[in-house]
Design a protein around this ligand. Structure first.
Ligand code: NAP
Length: 300
């Protein structure tokens, strides 16, 4: 995590709406560093999660009602699944303090701007963001303070967003250990469709295919999983609601990338059928080069 660049907390009160892997990691970092916010308030869907948050000691205060949770906050971060954002934005909008910054961590950005943007009062700055870091675990116990270290956070502020508000959210993510870049929201969604959403779709699908096999073969899939299948099962273990919401809220970009993938998979099938070893070898070589680049960029 980067050094503390200023002893001053960025926010007086930061409210996290949703406190799973991402929200609880931010809360842990805030408690650990002390310079994200003087006070951390947390809201979630269930009291059980809020009780756990207090047990873990990662918030100063919890509120089940999101409207009450954001009252008096100068920073608000939506950390729930993106499908819940429209209702959450409607619930908190009348309670947001003038001058507050509203941000989020949602994995899709066009839909978030569509669902949240129109509900944000004129006096509030809206800075959509997406930390590209994660694991297959969810819930308040799954967070950890190094989650965002050396990972990218993409900011997608709509045109005309207050530059000081954008700079503040950028600094928040830098203090979380992240590298930050700004991107146009539709471009963000296309990039994420290929680097994250399509790989998850393939993982969920291949696990389903294996599960549909007759009993005998299915047992062998589990027994010999270490030969490649295992890596797909890790990705496929992610939260169902979160992924349902991501797929439905990045539909166009995901379907476009899936169509391109299916064309390429067909080309590979053709090479296999016709014994085109050169084609297959070339594809594997290109894939290895991508892996090597990731290692060099320290993103592996
Ligand atoms: P998570 O671990 O599944 O936690 C979700 C949190 O949101 C829980 O605290 C849950 O409360 C709360 N929540 C769910 N529905 C809600 C509602 N209707 N109103 C209020 N709170 C609600 O999720 P996560 O993995 O941290 O993901 C959170 C967000 O980050 C998502 O938008 C996701 O797209 C994005 N993101 C995820 C990853 C990743 O790899 N996990 C990476 C980058 C960005 P309860 O516990 O009470 O149900």
């Amino acid at each position: 995590m980067s050094d503390v660049s200023s002893p001053e907390p960025l926010f007086k009160r930061l409210t996290l709406v949703g406190v799973g892997l991402i929200g609880s990691s931010v809360a842990r970092i805030a408690k650990h560093r002390g310079d994200l916010a003087s006070e951390i308030v947390v809201s979630a869907r269930t009291q059980k999660t809020l009780d756990r948050v207090m047990e873990l000691g990662i918030a100063d205060r919890v509120e089940l009602d999101p409207g009450r949770a954001v009252q008096g906050a100068d920073g608000v971060m939506l950390c729930a699944p993106v499908g819940a954002f429209a209702d959450l934005a409607a619930a908190i909008a009348p309670h947001l303090a003038p001058g507050a910054i509203l941000t989020d961590v949602g994995s899709t950005k066009v839909s978030v701007i569509r669902d949240v943007g129109p509900l944000v009062p004129d006096s509030v700055h809206f800075v959509p963001a997406h930390p590209i870091a994660g694991t297959e675990y969810s819930g308040p116990d799954s967070g950890f303070i190094t989650l965002f270290e050396n990972r990218w956070t993409l900011l997608t502020p709509p045109p005309g967003t207050d530059t000081a508000a954008v700079a503040k959210i950028e600094e928040l993510w830098r203090r979380c250990g992240s590298m930050v870049e700004t991107m146009e929201p539709a471009h963000h969604d296309r990039v994420l469709a290929i680097v994250s959403h399509l790989p998850h779709l393939i993982a969920f699908t291949i696990c389903g295919t294996a599960d549909d096999l007759e009993d005998e073969s299915r047992e062998e899939v589990l027994k010999f999983a270490a030969s490649g299948f295992r890596d797909f099962t890790r990705i496929a273990a992610s939260d169902p609601v979160m992924w349902r919401d991501i797929f439905l809220n990045n539909r166009d970009a995901l379907l476009e990338m899936l169509a391109r993938f299916m064309e390429d998979a067909q080309a590979m099938a053709r090479a296999v059928r016709w014994g085109d070893g050169t084609y297959i070898e070339d594809k594997v070589k290109r894939s290895r080069a991508i892996r090597q680049s990731l290692i060099e960029l320290k993103q592996a």
